[in-house]
Design a binder for this molecule. Structure first.
Ligand code: C2E
Ligand code: MG
Ligand code: MG
Length: 639
């Protein structure tokens, strides 16, 4: 057995030394996981060396049985210590500590203390394990020792399963596999008294290296700098330690024109050069490639004046041409913005939000210049964050209100439909206008959940108030282009209507033509086609304002055109606008559309619009948007 153990231990030591060499050879970023990797290897190396020395000394009879047992107690302590360090790493890696569950860490170390006490009592009292030439014997506390090890291993597996969603599935598999593998090796070691644990831990290290710490995962392929994922792990680590640092963010200006003019190869080469240059700026401590043409330089604890002067050094490089093989020098510019942490941001998420916002401001107002985030007016960003929180809360609590504004049919001389308009009354911010919160919800994707809440509310309203028995034939629901850009979104709409037993003819969907409609026209068009095939009619909202073009109405299956309220109002202020509106209505009539005029506020407006051929009126002259109960009263009175 001695020979077998020696071979396994020597292999483990060789593995560990190779991995430690690899660690020091790498362009090292002080990531928590990297430092764990180094520590883990060193501990395995020490444990294995102790085991090997104990075996050799005992074999050549340089120590007696008790002495051997004391060295083995130290070895056994190292093994339990490695198990606890590994458990701690798993919690850290699976982001368990994020939720202040640090108490589990103390639990692991408590187990370690108990195991250590048994370890060091054993050589003299034989209460745990006692080693001799033929193997080992178990004392009174041996069972407890095994139980404590099992608790450790089971806790590790439980943490991995509990937090499995926080890391890629394959990494979960690797972590579990490594635990199963080491546990099997542990059992074999105890059964046959062959030293396998050091070897198995070194194999675990190797697989972790391959799948989890692989430097390629943290490297930007083009510039060979550390990438965005690496930046995230690194800054999480820095924020965790509450250290002060600054970030200089460098975003190339109009880089797509460089690619277009000189070709992608030259563009790539220039980015590599910029990366190399930034890496060489000695005042910069760490540099990251953040996306295709952006870089983030981290400077350790420097005053904002120092950071500004480093930015000036960087900016001065952009006053000179950059040379690529086949050209005689290309001028490029970059917008630079400086951030101080933790003053400007206290965690990675808010730093990224801040970078996004500050860089888009810098590009608008100080392109090619140096901006200081601390000097910028960030009240708009903070305001948007507050509103975003309010929308999120209202969706979670089902507290969004839907109001209804009646639409009057000239021909029927009655309210034949209504527009559903969402309302938000936040505890802290009070009433917030949809003009304010809808664009924010569109930016962060909340509009999907919001739109679903509104449609449900409308369907429930139609069903509960038996609207089919009133003059109101359908309700118009606003739909954002972001919703229609979701593949197969029509299925969601249909399922909601079916859930509430609402007929497709009772719903009309209003869409506004916007610039981003064009970008994903295939998905939008597919959704629209299915919606219309299902029997839901479509309105083009806010016609005449902003982005509307004739091509759009000619190719989309609209049933109703809603003339924007500003166009309506302008027609009564300005002769040319009046003529434009008259001819627009004539054209839309010739194309057989139903026409709704928005913003009808006076009798004069109503009469003139009816005279020039508008069929439907919506506006404060009739009613503002009101709650569902009030709406039922309004249409009740009219009938
Ligand atoms: P919109 O779809 O063009 O809605 C018409 C807006 O004009 C409503 O403003 C309505 O209250 C207002 N309005 C109607 N008649 C008059 C009038 O005679 N005078 C004046 N001064 N205003 C009038 P609101 O409710 O503030 O909605 C603003 C915009 O927010 C809507 O414009 C729509 O684009 C969006 N929106 C509202 N609810 C929803 C929703 O549920 N989903 C989506 N995606 N967008 C919505
Ligand atoms: Mg509308
Ligand atoms: Mg409108």
């Amino acid at each position: 057995m001695f020979e077998f153990s020696l071979v396994f231990n020597l292999t483990a030591i060789a593995n560990c030394i190779l991995m430690i060499m690899w660690y020091f050879h790498q362009k090292r970023i002080p990531l928590k996981s990297y430092s764990f990797f180094l520590r883990f290897n060193i501990y395995v190396l020490i444990a294995t060396a102790i085991n090997m020395i104990a075996d050799i000394l005992y074999e050549i009879e340089m120590v007696d049985e008790v002495g051997f047992n004391y060295i083995m107690a130290l070895y056994s302590f190292m093994i339990s210590f490695i198990l606890v360090v590994y458990a701690d790493f798993i919690c850290e890696y699976m982001n368990l500590y994020e939720n202040n569950k640090r108490v589990i860490k103390y639990f692991f170390y408590l187990i370690l203390i108990c195991m250590t006490v048994i370890d060091f009592l054993s050589p003299a009292t034989k209460v745990g394990f006692y080693f001799n030439r033929s193997g080992y014997s178990t004392g009174k506390l041996g069972g407890i020792y095994v139980l404590l090890s099992a608790v450790l291993v089971i806790s590790e597996v439980a943490v991995i399963i509990y937090r499995r969603k926080s890391v890629p599935a394959f990494n979960v598999f690797i972590l579990i596999l490594s635990i199963v593998f080491s546990s099997v090796m542990l059992m074999v070691q105890y059964r046959f008294s062959i030293a396998l644990l050091g070897f198995s831990f070194s194999i675990v290290c190797l697989s972790l290296y391959n799948y989890i710490f692989n430097p390629a995962l943290y490297m930007d392929n083009l510039t060979n700098l550390n990438n965005k994922d690496c930046m995230r792990s690194y800054l999480d680590y820095r924020f965790g330690r509450d250290k002060q640092f600054s970030i200089i963010f460098i975003a190339m200006d109009d880089f797509k024109y460089i690619n277009k003019t000189y070709g992608v190869d030259v563009g790539d080469n220039l980015l590599v050069q910029v990366g190399n240059y930034l890496e060489g700026v000695k005042e910069v401590d760490d540099i990251f490639a953040y996306g295709s043409d952006k870089f983030a330089a981290v400077c350790n604890k420097k005053s904002i004046e120092d950071v500004k002067s480093i930015s000036e050094i960087i900016q001065s490089r952009f006053r000179h041409p950059w040379y690529s093989e086949s050209n005689s020098g290309i001028m490029m510019s970059a917008s630079i913005c400086c951030f101080e942490c933790p003053k400007d941001a206290q965690d990675y998420g808010s730093l990224i939000e801040m970078i996004d916002y500050a860089m888009s401001m810098a590009k608008k107002t100080n392109k090619g210049g140096i901006s200081i985030a601390g000097d910028m007016d960030l009240s708009k960003m903070r305001g948007e964050k507050e509103i975003e929180k309010a929308v999120r809360l209202a969706i979670d609590r089902n507290a969004l209100l839907v109001y209804y504004q009646p639409i009057f049919s000239v021909e029927k001389n009655a309210y034949n439909s209504a527009e559903a308009l969402v309302r938000l009354n936040d505890e802290k911010l009070g009433w917030i206008s949809p003009e304010e919160f809808i664009p924010i919800a569109e930016k962060n994707g909340l509009i999907i959940a919001l739109g679903e809440c509104v449609l449900r509310s409308v369907c429930k309203f139609i069903r509960d108030n038996k609207l089919s028995e009133s003059s109101v034939e359908y309700i118009e629901v606003n739909m954002s282009p972001v919703q229609l850009q979701q593949p197969e979104y029509y299925k969601k709409i249909i399922s909601i209507l079916e859930e509430y037993d609402v007929k497709p003819s009772q719903i009309n969907i209003e869409i506004t033509e916007t610039a981003n409609m064009a970008g994903s026209s295939d998905t939008v068009y597919d959704n629209i086609k299915h919606i219309v095939d299902y029997g839901i009619t479509l309105s083009l909202d806010d016609y005449g304002s902003g982005y509307s073009n004739l091509d759009y109405i000619n190719h989309m299956p609209f049933n109703i055109i809603k003339i924007d309220k500003f166009i309506v109002w302008d027609a009564f202020q300005n002769i040319k606008a009046g003529i434009t509106l008259e001819y627009t209505i004539r054209m839309l009539n010739a194309l057989s559309y139903n026409i709704v005029a928005e913003g009808v506020e006076t009798k004069e407006q109503k009469e003139h619009l009816a005279n020039i051929g508008c069929h439907y009126m919506q506006g404060w002259y009739y009613s503002k948007a009101v709650s569902s109960d009030e709406f039922m009263k309004v249409i009740g009175k009219a009938s």
